[in-house]
Design a protein around this ligand. Structure first.
Ligand SMILES: Nc1ncnc2c1ncn2[C@@H]1O[C@H](COP(=O)(O)OP(=O)(O)OP(=O)(O)O)[C@@H](O)[C@H]1O
Length: 198
């Protein structure tokens, strides 16, 4: 059998042997010298534990009444705190007694947060409803730009150029807008093959 071979290696098997029986002359090859020592140690330990438990029980019963009285006084001291918080009138006495102070503070925080959240949501909706889209200012073409646009309306071939920032792209957008209005029924008549800007 494999079980007797495992017992000497395991400390658990030795402990079982101590509590199961006082007979140390079993078939296990464990050293028998440790068994009487442990039994005497366990007896003394058991007595010490029993004495300790008994003394502790005695101390607990003696301290129990004082701790109860302390708890009663603490409860009396804690009770007035909810009055200082000025809880709402809808807060009944049963809820006050059942809810812990931490829970009540959480509920007040949540209500405050929800109030702030609803206010911010209201303001966001208000601003979104009342805010108007930013409109680009109307561009009045300059004299040169108008001249180029008139040449385009006359179906002339036009080449215009200028330095950076002189309004070439603005003029091109106006030309495209004007031609698309003129050829609205035939949109394929207007084609933009290249552009200097957007
Ligand atoms: N007639 C106009 N009225 C008001 N603003 C104008 C007018 N023409 C151009 N601008 C402004 O001048 C600036 C430059 O115009 P635009 O970009 O058309 O110049 P550009 O010649 O195309 O420049 P780039 O060669 O660097 O592309 C833009 O801010 C544009 O709004």
């Amino acid at each position: 059998m494999a079980l007797p071979d495992r017992q000497p290696r395991s400390g658990l098997a030795t402990i079982r042997r101590d509590f199961s029986s006082n007979n140390t002359a079993d078939s296990s090859p464990a050293p028998s010298l440790s068994v009487p020592r442990r039994s005497t140690l366990s007896d003394s330990l058991r007595k010490a534990i029993q004495d300790g438990v008994a003394s502790r029980e005695a101390g607990r019963t003696s301290h129990g009444s004082s701790s109860d009285s302390q708890k009663r006084t603490l409860q009396v001291d804690v009770a007035p705190q909810p009055k200082k918080r000025r809880l709402p009138s809808s807060w009944t006495d049963s809820e006050r007694s059942s809810a812990s102070p931490h829970g009540s503070s959480q509920s007040s925080l949540f209500s405050t947060a929800s109030t702030i959240r609803s206010d911010s949501t209201f303001h966001d909706h208000e601003s979104a409803r009342t805010s108007k889209p930013v409109q680009k200012p109307d561009i009045q073409l300059s004299y040169e730009q108008k001249q180029v646009l008139e040449l385009v309306k006359q179906k002339k071939s036009v080449f215009y150029t200028g330095s950076a920032g002189t309004g070439k792209s603005v003029l091109l957008r106006e030309i495209i807008k004007t031609l698309r209005k003129e050829y609205v029924r035939t949109p394929e008549a207007v084609a933009v093959t290249a552009s200097t800007g957007d």
